[in-house]
Design a protein around this ligand. Structure first.
Ligand SMILES: C[S@@+](CC[C@H](N)C(=O)[O-])C[C@H]1O[C@@H](n2cnc3c(N)ncnc32)[C@H](O)[C@@H]1O
Length: 226
């Protein structure tokens, strides 16, 4: 075995060892998130799509950000902008005070500081200066109808034609849970309106509903028109 082969072999083994260590650490972090194992859907989309730019609205303690960030790190490319004011909002969980130190610590534990840029901002502020095309957009911030619609309208025009928008809590009304029930939840209504308007929507009945939307009315044709 020559020196170069040995060096590359060792680099691959070291890379895999680091990945395994970070996954083990990820599983041990208590995020107090309703996203459940659906966080792995985000991870899988990122591993498959190899996005350059991901945006998430609503990060809290960083469950979704860590799963997206880990996948970007394994891809060795791409960046996630994780937008959240990190102070208590109407859509923070009741134990939230300031989640900024928690998300930054979680990202640091996984070595993801260079793959995830935490923007401590309301999404409306972040949207004001937004210019970059987006490959994957995850919307999990203000769950009121007006709030989620505002995020969709502000950011979805930047999503590339083969990009995706993922919403969390889209089956909230169909799987009511007394503990969390609230009348101002607007995500299912918005996503149903998008579906009725012809946007392709795929919904998974897990973790209060996760829907993947292609932000192209009637979907992207698979073949060019004859
Ligand atoms: C359900 S939590 C997000 C959970 C997170 N995605 C996870 O994986 O655990 C909702 C978050 O949205 C944030 N949020 C609420 N309104 C927002 C807004 N206008 N812009 C950005 N984030 C917002 C809250 O601060 C809260 O942290």
């Amino acid at each position: 075995m020559n020196r170069s082969v040995r060096r590359h072999g060792l680099a691959a083994i070291w890379g895999r060892w680091r990945q395994d260590r970070h996954r083990r650490r990820l599983r041990r972090i208590r995020f107090q998130s309703g996203l459940g194992d659906s966080a792995w859907l985000l991870y899988g989309l990122v591993r498959s799509m190899k996005p350059e730019v991901c945006v998430e609205i609503g990060s809290a303690r960083g469950k979704s950000a860590c799963h997206i960030g880990l996948a970007l790190a394994e891809n060795e490319r791409g960046l996630l902008y994780a937008i959240d004011p990190h102070h208590p909002t109407a859509w923070s969980d009741d134990q939230s005070t300031d989640t900024w130190p928690i998300i930054t610590r979680n990202l640091r534990r996984l070595g993801l500081e260079e793959r995830v840029r935490v923007l401590r901002q309301d999404s409306a502020v972040a949207a004001g200066g937004w210019r970059e095309p987006i490959d994957l957009l995850f919307i999990d911030g203000d769950h009121s109808y007006d709030g989620v619609r505002r995020d969709w309208e502000a950011f979805s025009p930047f999503v590339r034609p083969n990009g995706v928008v993922v919403f969390h809590d889209t089956l909230w009304d169909l799987r009511p849970d007394e503990r969390w029930s609230r009348p101002d939840m607007g995500v299912p209504r918005l996503v149903e309106e998008l579906r009725a308007a012809g946007f392709p929507v795929l919904t998974l009945d897990e973790d209060y509903g996760v829907s993947v939307v292609q932000p192209v009315p009637n979907g992207r044709p698979l073949r060019p028109p004859a």
